[in-house]
Design a protein around this ligand. Sequence first.
Ligand SMILES: [Zn+2]
Length: 143
Amino acid sequence: METDVSKANTYEKFLPEPSEFSKPFWDYCQKHELRMQFCGECSNWIWYPRASCPSCGTSEKIEWRKLSGKGEVYSFTIIRQVIDNSPAFQKDIPFAIGLVELEEGPRIYSNVKGDELKIGGKVEVYFEDVTPEFSLPKFRTAQ
Ligand SMILES: [Zn+2]
């Protein structure tokens, strides 16, 4: 049986390498859902994915809870030069990497897109389907 890998072969950047803990995150991203672990014991979000809650230590009551995908720019930087001249990233210059504070509290690093990026600016998640297996969560300015 032949598998169509043409789309997979066109993506030249790094792909995630899911661990047993982060695999559910990437599986939800594939469905265009932003979910993070949430601790039912102490009601804290857990990011990045891991085996036990860093706040209370439990590994029992951890669930994958859906986030709104809305947040604001906590910090960002504009990338104008790629150190190793990686052609895949070179094409995107300039681009922004932001630390996004989600409505629910957790902060996540991601690409942030938009003409008027600013600290405190509203952003929302979108998903870029880069291969059949992976959709990457990215953010863009929201209205
Ligand atoms: Zn906890």
